[in-house]
Design a protein around this ligand. Structure first.
Ligand code: ADP
Ligand code: CIR
Length: 390
């Protein structure tokens, strides 16, 4: 009893010291922005419960197990303080997402690797967390020919890649001033291009609605109001800092600050993949001489969406395959065998119009630029053979 009387004040003192230490720790965390706020945690818990109860087919639902969720929900990226909510909110708001996650900043790929890695492996056909993306290699740019010399099936051919400018985070972390600064850098840099790459930058700010709509309808410009990007916080200050550069005949185009900082695009009517790929390679080489891009040793070129990492290459044709497409599930199944992805006429999440499908390579990581394009070339060659034999 006497002993207790003696040590009680000591215990109380210790508790007080610990309590003070804890509240100092909490203040310190808040100051350093490393504690996830209660409102964010509540949204995460609610969104997770709804997703778990849904019949969503997204890769987010497939890989966000309770264990992964609990392990990541209190984490933040060191520089921008991005949370798991910033990563998954698009997939939580859109249960019909195919993937459902984005990296708000480059550090998210590391901090939230327990979620990104299995999704990357699934989407990119087996790129494991221990794998390293190969060095950039466009290969022999003269190796591709015309996919459809008699113009029977292919309407048009397009190859694009994405790039992020070094020193800037991805969309959700950009300020309006940064958007404007980037637009200025992009437009002044591109104004130095020559030959068939020579063109003009057209800001979205102030662009007539009819001109914008015509560019979208002609498949040259990104669409507006993408709900997957909006939910990911990627459309803030729109249309500030957004725009498109193109040459006179619109065979070389650059999108500025839509999903990625830059989308570099080469496209033309018909099936001459050789010419489209040569133009893209030339353009990328010229732009890379002038702008430093974010690149990671393991992941390759860094992009906002994990589906675009690595080469960032999507080589596609607009194609009519009426016999194969009579059964869409069958078309998708056959395309899948050749690692191809089928999209609608106006791009991802759209329907086919007039029997025209957009078919492209699906994976972009763990193979070179040349191999990604070859995957589309070989696959489309096979699909055309099958169509002809039906
Ligand atoms: P991204 O290709 O940049 O991932 P989308 O799937 O949204 O994005 O497509 C962007 C635009 O490019 C859409 O208008 C789409 O119709 C167009 N497009 C894609 N492939 C081709 C092609 N081979 N020919 C013509 N337009 C194309
Ligand atoms: C989805 O999950 O369906 C969208 N977030 C888009 C995913 C892949 N497409 C893309 O990056 N353009």
């Amino acid at each position: 009893m006497r002993l207790l009387i003696k040590i009680r004040p000591l215990l109380v003192h210790r508790v007080r010291v610990e309590h003070t230490a804890l509240s100092c720790y909490a203040d310190w965390c808040k100051k350093l922005n490393i504690m996830v706020d209660a409102a964010v945690l509540a949204k995460l818990e609610d969104g997770f419960a709804k997703l778990a109860a849904s019949d969503s087919k997204s890769l987010l639902k497939k890989y966000l197990t309770k264990e992964v969720f609990d392990n990541l929900k209190n984490k933040k990226t060191p520089t921008f303080g991005s949370t798991l909510l910033d990563v998954i909110q698009s997939g939580l708001a859109n249960h019909d997402s195919g993937v459902g996650i984005y990296a708000p900043d480059a550090e998210a790929y590391t901090v939230f690797a327990d979620l990104f890695d299995p999704i990357i492996e699934d989407y990119h056909g087996g790129f494991k967390k221990t794998d390293k993306h190969p060095a950039k290699d466009f290969g022999d740019v003269n190796s591709f020919g015309n996919l459809d010399p008699n113009n029977e099936f292919v309407i048009s051919t397009r190859v694009r890649c994405g790039r992020s400018m070094e020193g800037y985070p991805f969309n959700p972390c950009l300020s309006e001033a940064q958007y404007k600064e980037m637009e200025e850098k992009v437009s002044s840099t591109l104004s130095g291009l020559e030959g068939e790459l020579k063109g003009k930058f057209y800001p979205l700010t102030g662009m007539e609605k009819s001109v914008q709509q015509q560019l979208i309808d002609d498949h040259f410009l990104f669409k507006e109001g993408d709900r997957f990007l909006q939910a990911a916080n990627a459309c803030r200050y729109w249309p500030s800092g957004r725009g498109i550069y193109h040459n006179d005949n619109k065979t070389f185009l650059v999108w500025c600050n839509e999903e990625d900082h830059l989308r570099i695009i080469s496209m033309q009517m018909g099936g001459d993949l050789g010419e489209v790929f040569r133009r893209l390679t030339n353009a990328v080489n010229e732009i890379e001489k002038r702008v430093p891009f974010s690149h990671d040793d393991r992941l390759g070129f860094l992009t906002f969406c994990p589906t675009n990492l690595g080469t960032t290459i999507r080589a596609s044709v607009h194609i009519k395959l009426p016999k194969l497409a009579a059964n869409l599930a069958k078309l998708e199944e056959v395309a899948g065998k050749y690692n191809l992805q089928v999209r609608g006429t106006r791009g991802e999440h759209t329907e086919a119009e007039g029997g025209i499908y957009d078919i492209s390579n699906k994976r972009r990581m763990g193979l070179t630029e040349y191999q990604a394009v070859k995957e589309m070339y070989d696959g489309i060659t096979e699909l055309i053979k099958i169509e002809k034999s039906m």
